[in-house]
Design a protein around this ligand. Structure first.
Ligand code: CDP
Ligand code: CDP
Length: 230
């Protein structure tokens, strides 16, 4: 059967990476979490005193971009690829609220986007890829055979993300997560370079009232229909 490219975009915490991982597993495709790449660059900038909540030395980050080597390595027990920054696994470090608070500022920088988009396009050269992010259907894979645009109410999304962080032992409040989700949505959809928007040919899925199982069934049906046409 011919392989396709599946591009999944949407607002923060809408379940993009969950469905992307499930589809990749079911179809035996490669899953790429493009948000992890922006988070990794942000983590690098934080570790190197280039960004904090009081300063952002953009030019310094741009100068240091060649020092950032990002790779994904498949973890068989997890069933998906984890991200490495200069050969160090940083999968856990990039998921903190601290990184979430700064990542959208880093993702506004065109030089950062250019570097990451170039690498993302390469991942898709042989098709058979599911990638999630903000500009996948519009910029990275404008010719993707299937584009999904995920949405859910901000309070549902914040609650889901809050539960996830509490479960892993992070000390956060629901209010600060909600604030972060809304703040990132605003910057991500109003920035000049590659703002988050639904591609004209994307299928919109609102999963506010869908369980993970219902969401998978709905989307997998769409995928199967698409696969019949290629
Ligand atoms: O999982 P969550 O919705 O919290 O975010 P993410 O997918 O990990 O992405 C983190 C941030 O990276 C987003 O809020 C965007 O600022 C940025 N991003 C982007 O600009 N373009 C992408 N293709 C993916 C992420
Ligand atoms: O990748 P993105 O930030 O869009 O979201 P995610 O990490 O896939 O999902 C955020 C959280 O929402 C996860 O804990 C999912 O299990 C949960 N979720 C849910 O409970 N019901 C859905 N229909 C979708 C996501």
């Amino acid at each position: 059967m011919n392989k396709i490219t599946i591009a999944i975009d949407g607002f923060s915490s809408t379940g993009k990476s969950t469905i992307a991982k499930q589809l990749a597993k079911k179809l035996k495709y490669v899953y790429v979490d493009s948000g992890a790449m922006y988070r990794a660059v942000t983590y690098f900038a934080m570790e190197n005193n280039i960004i904090s909540h009081t300063f952002f030395y953009k030019d310094e980050l741009i100068k240091r971009l060649d020092d950032i080597i990002l790779t994904f390595k498949y973890n068989t027990s997890l069933g998906f690829a984890e991200i490495y920054l200069n050969n160090v696994n940083i999968e856990k470090e990039i998921r903190t609220l601290g990184v979430s608070k700064l990542v959208s500022k880093v993702a506004e920088v065109s030089e950062v986007r250019k570097k990451l988009v170039e690498q993302q396009k390469k991942f898709g050269e042989n098709k058979g890829v599911v990638m999630d992010g903000r500009d996948i259907g519009t910029v990275v894979f404008p010719n993707a055979e299937l584009k999904l645009f995920m949405n859910a109410s901000a309070s549902k999304r914040a609650k889901r993300r809050f539960d996830e962080l509490i479960k892993r032992g992070d000390q956060v409040t629901f209010e600060e997560i909600l604030k972060n989700v809304e703040y990132r949505d605003h910057i991500d959809s109003t920035r000049e370079d590659s703002p988050l928007m639904k591609a004209d040919d994307a299928i919109e899925i609102d999963n506010s009232d869908l369980t993970l199982e219902e969401q998978f069934d709905k989307i997998y049906t769409i995928v199967q229909e698409k696969l019949k046409t290629v």
